[in-house]
Design a protein around this ligand. Structure first.
Ligand SMILES: [Zn+2]
Length: 360
């Protein structure tokens, strides 16, 4: 030891020490990343089941994956199955999990494969078969609530609060015939979050973008999954691709492409992101609800352009007597319309959006 140092002059020794310090700092291994029960080291892809213990009602599990890139970068949360009958996003995440290589990635992806397991396994639309609640109205959730509220709480704590960006992946529910679009929350999180959320929507690739002005601003009463992110200062969007419980290739691959392009946009994977060139911003929209319980007959299809007053469908009682006629309240495009007969009073029958190219 002494012998080897003897021939190094003090100036060289100082230089060597500095060089060693620099090398050590840049070679410091990237730490691991944990979400729920899953820990992944740099370059690893790990999966596991997050437990939601039984409380006043039954417990459940939430399957999640962590893909921890070899290089530093943002954390992207991808959540599928808030509605358990919305299959296209669930299958898209299965494909993305197989395709993505954490060794080639910067940053981290957290995937929630099926947020609402009770609804998925028991095939219910909108509502949990356990507590009758809509999971995407139960955020940010609570530890001592019913199972939907406890699921929401776990996703808020272990996924949304650990992410920098969130995409809540939906499609038309089991009864909804829907054309693809995304929701851009134009109100919550402040101007920077709003602008970066818009960029997420443009990167996801769906050209119809609903400007959503009705999301709450209180992080403790965020209600929706994506609003739980924006009210916590994290850009987020809700996307809709797929419908009617189908697992068609077009709807699924649209989601896959959208996630990959968002990852290019956030510099998490190589390649140039392509943003929607001619977005159609929907400045005005209305969800048309039924004032009657009975059988619904649609008269138009998803994606149709309708003039104000156009008949969209009607509801009869169980003997064929017409109870209500549904008409377009303003001219616009049919974003979704019920594609199956049952309807209960207060439930949505259709959503109409008025397109403008101006944005705001
Ligand atoms: Zn949904």
């Amino acid at each position: 030891m002494r012998k080897s140092l003897r021939f190094i002059r003090p100036t060289s020794a100082t230089f060597l020490a500095l060089w060693l310090t620099t090398v050590t700092a840049s070679a410091q291994p990237r730490g691991s990343f944990t979400a729920g029960p899953v820990t992944a080291r740099a370059g690893e892809k790990m999966s596991g089941l997050m437990q939601v213990p039984a409380a006043g009602d039954e417990g459940t599990t939430i399957p999640i994956s962590v893909l921890h890139g070899a290089r530093p970068g943002p954390v992207l949360g991808l959540i599928a199955g808030n509605h358990g009958y919305e299959y296209a996003p669930i299958i898209a995440l299965q494909r993305l999990l197989a395709q993505l290589d954490a060794k080639q990635m910067a940053g981290t992806v957290i995937m929630v494969h099926v947020a609402n397991m009770p609804s998925f396994l028991r095939r219910t639309i909108y509502y949990s078969p356990v507590d009758g609640k809509n999971l995407n109205r139960a955020y940010p959730g609570k530890t001592e609530g019913t199972v939907s509220e406890r699921i929401a709480y776990q996703i808020t704590k272990e996924v949304i609060e650990r992410a920098d960006y969130v995409i809540d992946l939906h499609c038309g529910d089991g009864n909804e015939s829907l054309r693809p679009y995304s929701y851009w929350d134009v109100n919550t999180g402040g101007p920077d979050v709003v602008e970066r959320s818009k960029q997420l929507a443009l990167a996801f690739g769906l050209d119809h973008i609903v400007m959503d002005r009705e999301r709450p601003a209180d992080p403790q009463a965020s209600i929706y999954c994506s609003t739980t992110a924006t009210t916590r200062g994290k850009p987020a969007i809700t996307t809709e691709s797929g419908a009617l419980g189908q697992t068609d290739h077009a709807s699924i691959s649209r989601i896959e492409w959208g996630v990959m392009n968002v990852m290019r946009h956030l510099k998490m994977i190589d390649g140039e992101a392509q943003l929607v060139e001619r977005p159609l911003f929907i400045e005005r929209n209305e969800v048309l609800r039924s004032t009657a319980t009975g059988i619904f007959y649609p008269l138009v299809e998803r994606g149709h352009t309708v003039a104000e007053g156009t008949p969209l469908g009607y509801v009869t009682d169980f003997f064929g007597k017409r109870l209500l006629d549904l008409r377009a309240p303003f001219s616009g495009e049919v974003l979704y319309i019920l594609g199956t007969p049952p309807v209960s009073q207060g439930e949505p029958l259709a959503m109409i959006g008025q397109v403008s190219e101006s944005g705001r």
